[in-house]
Design a protein around this ligand. Structure first.
Ligand code: ADP
Ligand code: MG
Length: 699
């Protein structure tokens, strides 16, 4: 096996090695230039690349090609065309042109556009993104593409991401040049997303309407044992799960996805997979593919892979940690403190930009992870709170404090320094602290944004991060412009000091799960946007519209359309959940409850028949309790129906979302509490669907 990995790794990817092999030298060079420097691609180059791509794909068994894109549904989309082209003599040849490679015209009318593209103007187009390599999936050559309307508005998750990477690169290069690092031509952001997921048995899944329709269980009592022993975390993999992970790794490796670590998570049946980080654009594509392949491989193994943020109540849900940094084309990680004072200065400048960005745009960061599913996690003591703050660790915090208070020299007396090169100290990364409760933690040479939900496309959070940091870098650049070299150190020092004083309120190294922090954060004036309807309006807040339009990430109409789609999506999700709960309770749970009552009644009657003096106290108690429960559930179901109609009839989407969040969800919770309590009295043979115990402990 081990010997095979290098061979299978990337075997289904049209990567640099294949390009070098298959393309004429001048074509390869031109393509590389397009990829690395974002230059225009000539048609003759596109044609030559298309021919090579097709040849390679056909050699690997492909018969079709598709433009693979990421519409705002959060999933990926593809429309397959075959390579065949009739020759006129009853035969076919396999053809693929440069035009087909660079541009596609899928019927776009059914993808969400939030009013951007009137439905009569159904045409949208897909455009090749040469910075993310093409790959073969299920006999189809998949070409990563951006998806836009004919008037050029972004209809997908890739376009704004590419724009944000460009914006950050532009500003970062400017700052680096001003700091004297003039060799750098471009900066990319890098991302390593750690992905959590659940595996449950396919047969169990098929019997649960809630999992099928909503991705999470809407009912279900906790078994006697939950995750309290924490005996699952990093535990030995069960053979069936190990076989799944083995297969999954292999499938991912073939696609050039560097899956690296895998382990059990805290909750039973929960696992995690982390790849080695990559350029953000590629990492986002890979994460989308990873989620897809996870589901597909699960199916082969008789499992279903659940990517919902909260599939089971009472045990941890699933998230995704977005590890993020910035790297220059000269190979320098800008969030690495470095070894020399000059590197340290550079690091501190970029660190300052990140801190300022997160502080000023914490609302957007919160928005970028908002979804109905993630609302169950954030602030529920299993994931970071909804309040966005930064964890820096004690050492780095102390360094910043010393800088701010100008006690730097004193604080760093013991540190060896280059003669007069700088007043900033050399320090090493803080390895001691692993604060799991922080939404945004510095982990030595990168930040880890931990608020993402497991099913989310990682595009959105990175668009926000890249753009906000680009903005802060542009401010720094304007402060450094025109400063004489001999004044540079002092000027940098001053701007770092100022930024620390202004933004230190967002730094918090303590336990984010406590009530004290919630109170403290409020005092500090930090945002606490608890639910999705609380968070969504920040998208259209003036300061944020200004940010996005200034850096060319979104136009105003693109923002409006995305805001509308997010709201609509939230409402639809809750609507489906309410309907599904109603359906399961009415058609499955209540009948089971009545059958249980019936069983106890008949036992009691038989006992009485057997002997009039025999006691039926336990049966009577159960009959009474369950009858009351059934009534209470019926009553609350009526409330739920009424509220669902009320929500549906609320015209304004934001108001509608609030009705779902504040009223419909509450009614659902009441029904669930009643049903879960009653479930404990239902005999196993009368349960209409698999219980938590069966799903979570018998895989
Ligand atoms: P953990 O957070 O579980 O301790 P690691 O710190 O080893 O794990 O890494 C987590 C993820 O961070 C991995 O996907 C890794 O590739 C990624 N990572 C490491 N360095 C960077 C970087 N410079 N930029 C982005 N991601 C990175
Ligand atoms: Mg991590």
């Amino acid at each position: 096996m081990c010997a095979m990995i290098p061979e299978i790794y990337g075997s289904l990817v049209f990567n640099d090695r294949v390009m070098r092999e298959k393309l004429p030298k001048d074509i390869y060079k031109a393509l590389k230039k397009t990829i690395d420097q974002n230059t225009h691609l000539e048609l003759n180059v596109a044609n030559a690349v298309a021919v090579a791509m097709k040849e390679w794909a056909v050699e690997h068994g492909a018969t079709h090609f598709t433009h693979w894109f990421q519409p705002m549904t959060g999933f990926t989309a593809e429309k397959h065309d075959s390579f065949i082209s009739p020759t006129g003599t009853g035969e076919v040849i396999m053809e693929f042109s440069g035009k087909e490679l660079v541009k596609g015209e899928p019927d776009a009318s059914s993808f969400p556009s939030g009013g951007l593209r009137a439905t009569f103007e159904a045409r949208g187009y897909t455009a090749w993104d040469p910075t993310s390599p093409a790959f073969i999936k299920d006999g189809t050559l998949c070409i990563p593409t951006a998806f836009c309307s004919y008037s050029g508005e972004a209809l997908d998750k890739k376009t704004p991401l590419l724009r944000s990477m460009e914006a950050l690169s532009k500003q970062a290069v400017k700052v680096l040049h001003l700091l004297g690092n003039t060799e750098v031509k471009s900066v990319v952001t890098t991302v390593g997303p750690e992905q959590e997921y659940f595996l449950i048995d396919k047969e169990d899944y098929k019997q649960r309407k809630d999992l099928i329709f909503t991705g999470r269980t809407l009912l279900g009592a906790m078994p006697p044992k939950g995750q309290e022993m924490e005996d699952h975390y990093f535990g030995t993999l069960r053979p069936r799960v190990a076989a799944y992970m083995h297969d999954l790794d292999e499938e991912l490796w073939k696609l050039g996805i560097p899956a690296k670590t895998k382990h059990n998570e805290v909750a039973p049946c929960q696992h995690e997979l982390a790849p080695i980080f990559d350029t953000t654009n590629v990492a986002v594509d890979h994460n989308q593919l990873t989620m897809e392949i996870m589901k597909k491989v699960a199916d082969k193994h008789g499992f279903v892979c659940l990517l919902h943020e909260k599939p089971f109540d009472g045990i941890n849900g699933s998230g995704k940690h977005n590890n993020w940094s910035m790297t220059t084309d000269t190979g320098l990680n800008l969030l690495d403190p470095g070894k020399t004072p000059a590197e340290n200065i550079q690091f501190l400048v970029f660190l300052t930009a990140v801190i300022a960005a997160v502080d000023d745009y914490a609302d957007l960061m919160r928005l970028s992870v908002a979804s109905a599913g993630n609302d169950h996690r954030l602030g529920a003591n299993e994931a970071p709170p909804a309040i966005i703050s930064i964890f820096l660790g004690d050492e780095l915090t102390a360094v910043l404090k010393a800088i701010e208070e100008d006690k730097l020299l004193e604080a760093t007396k013991k540190v060896a320094m280059d003669t007069g090169a700088s007043v900033l100290p050399h320090f090493t990364k803080d390895t001691t602290d692993r604060n799991r409760t922080s939404p945004f933690a510095f982990t030595g040479n990168k930040f880890e944004f931990r608020s993402l939900g497991s099913s989310l496309s990682v595009s959105g959070p990175n668009v926000v991060l890249n753009t906000a940091v680009a903005e802060k870098l542009s401010v720094i650049a304007s402060l450094l412009e025109g400063v004489a070299p001999e004044d540079l150190d002092a000027k940098v020092h001053e701007l770092i000091c100022k930024a620390i004083a202004e933004h230190k309120k967002v730094i918090f190294n303590g336990n984010g799960y406590t009530d004290e922090w919630v109170a403290e954060a409020e005092k500090r004036g930090l945002y606490n946007l608890r639910s999705t309807p609380d968070a969504l309006p920040v998208f259209i807040a003036e300061k944020n519209v200004e940010l996005f339009t200034k850096h060319g990430i979104f136009t105003e109409s693109e923002i409006d359309s995305r805001y509308e789609i997010l709201l609509e999506n939230y409402c639809k999700t809750l609507h489906i959940e309410a309907k599904t709960l109603d359906d399961m309770v009415s058609h499955q749970f209540l009948p089971a409850l009545e059958q249980t009552i019936d069983r106890y009644v008949s036992i009691a009657l038989k006992k009485k028949q057997f002997s009039a003096s025999i006691s039926c106290r336990s049966e009577e108690a159960t009959i009474n309790a369950l009858s009351q429960a059934a009534e209470a559930i019926c009553d609350e179901l009526q409330v739920l129906k009424t509220l669902t109609v009320k929500a549906e009839q609320t015209e304004d989407f934001l108001e509608q979302a609030k009705v779902y969040q504040a009223e419909v969800l509450e009614s659902m919770a009441k029904i669930r509490a009643l049903a879960d309590a009653a479930e404990e009295s239902i005999p196993e043979d009368l349960m209409p669907y698999p219980t938590y115990e069966q799903m979570l402990f018998y895989v």
